[in-house]
Design a protein around this ligand. Structure first.
Ligand code: ADP
Ligand code: MG
Length: 342
């Protein structure tokens, strides 16, 4: 019967169409998957490409959540809590970050010092109960700020009594790098992670070539100052006074402290962006160089030569070190003057 024949023909057409679709799915460009999560006091967005994208995102998110738990200084039982309460800790992540901190503490002459934590806390940046402490409170707390007194070996770390630290200035860079490693272990060859604006790339862009990373305008957070083109495995990490602050009696107090004075540092920079292959180092350096200011930051960059810098000064200049001169594209209507140090 014609109707049966037609039905059969229709069915076989349907099957061949389905088969074709199946084949197409395999040869289509790799898929993109993204997710967001809140950890380490910040919004994070993760993107992975390719057939293992979903598994990669899950692995990266697991890594970020477990690091968040380990490093949360106010949660009883976390590694940092135990460290701050007189115990010796052996966690690999803590030891690794302490080694980075040690290097940056020394290179910055103490401008970077994670033991400034009690100061950060008394100003209210931990529980969001912001206040200006008394001079006496600050002086008392400063007696216990000195990273040189932290014992760090390859097998354990400990703090003297009364001292406390946090990894707020290094953890996001470290975590992004390890989350990218977890993605790669799950079979992802191309991906990008942004932890509150701190970016870590994994592999090349799926279409090949460099990633375009926007650098936020610290004077107007709704726009970027331009983009940096970077390769796989690069961290692009920014610190700045505009990221967290409060106002009292007409004065602004931000969250990056001068460990010598106990006050928010008085920097001639508005933001520091570090481009480096080591995420933890990039994060620690971005904070350290913000405290040091333009001249010392550029001097240290020239001396170490293991990272590049995009500085935005309080007087409205963008300063780029040599390695970034060809890879930065300013926004079209940019009001900034670009300059290159000698
Ligand atoms: P963000 O957290 O905005 O990315 P940073 O990486 O610069 O910024 O880290 C700032 C955090 O680091 C602060 O919230 C505080 O916990 C801690 N911190 C502040 N000043 C210093 C400093 N001089 N050295 C080390 N850590 C600091
Ligand atoms: Mg930092």
């Amino acid at each position: 019967m014609p109707s049966t024949r037609n039905t059969r023909r229709f069915c076989s057409l349907l099957i061949s169409f389905a088969l074709l679709l199946g084949l197409c799915a395999c040869s289509l460009p790799p898929g993109k998957s993204s997710c967001t999560l809140f950890a380490m006091d910040t919004y994070m967005s993760l993107t992975a490409y390719g057939e293992n994208a979903e598994a990669g995102l899950e692995a990266a998110a697991d890594t970020l959540r477990s690091l968040d738990k380990l490093l949360e200084p106010e949660t009883e039982g976390s590694a940092v809590y135990r460290l701050n309460h007189g115990e010796t800790v052996q966690d690999e992540a803590v030891l690794s970050m302490l080694h980075t901190c040690e290097a940056v503490f020394e290179a910055s002459g103490g401008a970077f010092d994670p033991t400034v934590y009690p100061i950060v806390k008394v100003w209210g940046f931990v529980d969001a109960q912001y206040r200006v402490p008394t001079e006496a409170e600050i002086q008392t707390l400063l007696e216990c700020v000195d990273f040189a007194q932290v014992t760090v070996t390859n097998t354990g770390a400990g703090l003297p009594d009364g001292m406390a630290l946090n990894f707020g200035a290094v953890a996001k860079g470290y975590a992004a790098q390890h989350a990218a490693d977890a993605m790669r272990a799950a079979g992802v060859e191309s991906g990008i992670l942004s932890l509150g604006g701190n970016v870590q790339t994994l592999g090349e862009k799926p279409s090949g070539g460099l990633w375009e990373i926007a650098v936020q305008d610290p004077f107007d957070e709704s726009v970027s100052v331009g983009t940096l083109s970077v390769g796989g495995g690069t961290a692009v990490i920014t610190s700045g006074s505009y990221r967290r602050f409060f106002e009292q009696d007409g004065k602004t107090y931000h969250h990056i402290f001068d460990p010598r004075s106990g006050y928010p540092c008085d920097s001639d920079l508005r933001s520091v962006t570090v481009v480096c292959q080591d995420g933890a180092l990039a994060d620690a350096l971005s904070t350290a160089l913000f405290v040091l200011g333009e001249e010392a930051a550029l001097r240290l960059q020239a001396e170490l030569d293991t990272f590049e810098l995009l500085l935005i000064t309080e007087d409205g200049r963008i300063v780029l070190t040599g390695g970034l001169s060809d890879v930065f594209t300013p926004r079209k209507d940019s009001p900034y003057v670009l300059s290159y140090p000698q």
